[in-house]
Design a protein around this ligand. Structure first.
Ligand code: ATP
Length: 304
């Protein structure tokens, strides 16, 4: 009985948090995925974002003492740069994001935003400065308009519409019977993975945080959805410091810097062109994905 009661009770709490005064997407993200282990320091300051420079300095991290996941990761993301992180499953990409959100603290090293150690600032000010586009955005049983408005509760219809346009959702919305008033979610119209991710991008654009974190969906997208997402992401990246966990190389080609993470270490860094010329990990990944793309595009031939 207890076992059933606790999760339901917890979900009820999550639901009230989301629908109430804390209706904000990062809160939801944190509540659903990570236990609230970190507490603010007593004299925690408010994070002041001036430029949006994010720096990881020799960051070490382990979930359990016997297994180090990040083994001295250092990089910086300059204001308005787009940095893509690539690497095999389990390399530690999502862990980097969890540390940036301060769901956990590094065991060693530090993370700063515009020179301020994120351990010294309040979590609310930290998370207010960062927009998240998660892999799988949560949609409420409400209209698309209201779903996007969760990015900034209180935004006007015009502002929500502008975010929908910039997230390249407008053409899709126009084709729906009730346009932006069409109800989506479990009991409404089901959106594809790519459409959901663009709703998340629209929310993030509306919030307009100085730093944006994008966790690209691993699921394959049709080429129209992929183009839509890339266009929307470019829109975001042109104005904000952007960090992307990338699974598709189409997303990384135009990144200012690509970091290749391998078993908790950055083993390569550079632009797409530089990394291809280096003929290392990234180049191997690139050729592998090119091959996969071609074989997926080929129709099967009898007898090979
Ligand atoms: P993917 O591309 O599959 O999402 P990733 O590069 O994002 O992988 P992480 O999710 O950062 O990798 O995981 C890195 C390692 O940390 C993995 O071996 C994973 O099993 C481990 N790990 C992740 N979360 C936890 C956790 N909460 N507790 C213990 N180990 C964890």
């Amino acid at each position: 009985m207890m076992q059933i009661f606790i999760p339901l009770n917890f979900l009820g709490f999550v639901y009230r948090e989301m629908k109430g005064s804390l209706a904000n997407i990062e809160k939801m993200f944190s509540l659903l995925r990570v236990p609230p282990a970190i507490e603010d320091r007593e004299a925690a300051l408010e994070l002041v974002v001036t430029d949006g420079r994010v720096v990881f300095e020799d960051v070490h991290f382990a979930y359990r003492a016997d297994r180090e996941i990040l083994k001295g990761v250092s990089f910086s993301v300059e204001p308005r740069q787009k940095v893509a992180i690539v690497g095999a499953s389990g390399a530690g990409k999502s862990t980097l994001f969890k540390l940036l959100f301060r769901f956990y603290d590094p065991c060693d090293g530090r993370i700063t935003i515009d020179g301020q150690d994120i351990r010294a600032v309040s979590q609310s000010s930290l998370r207010a400065a960062i927009g998240v586009v998660p892999q799988d955005a949560v949609l409420f049983n409400q209209s698309i308009l209201e779903n996007v408005r969760y990015g900034r509760v209180g935004a006007s219809d015009e502002e929500v519409m502008a975010a929908i346009r910039h997230a390249q959702l407008e053409a899709f919305v126009h084709e729906l019977p009730e346009g932006v008033h069409t109800v989506v979610g479990e009991r409404g119209l089901k959106l594809s993975g790519g459409e959901k991710q663009r709703v998340a991008i629209a929310r993030a654009l509306l919030k307009h945080p100085p730093i944006m974190v994008f966790d690209e969906a691993t699921s394959s997208l049709d080429s129209r959805s992929e183009r839509g997402i890339l266009g929307a992401l470019r829109q975001v990246a042109s104005e904000q410091t952007t960090l992307v966990i990338a699974h598709r190389l189409s997303t990384v080609v135009d990144a200012d810097v690509i970091l290749v993470l391998d078993r908790g270490r950055i083993v390569e860094r550079g632009s797409h062109t530089q990394l291809l010329a280096a003929q290392g990990h990234y180049a191997a990944l690139w050729y592998l994905q090119q091959e996969e793309r071609h074989s997926a595009a080929d129709t099967p031939q009898a007898g090979g």
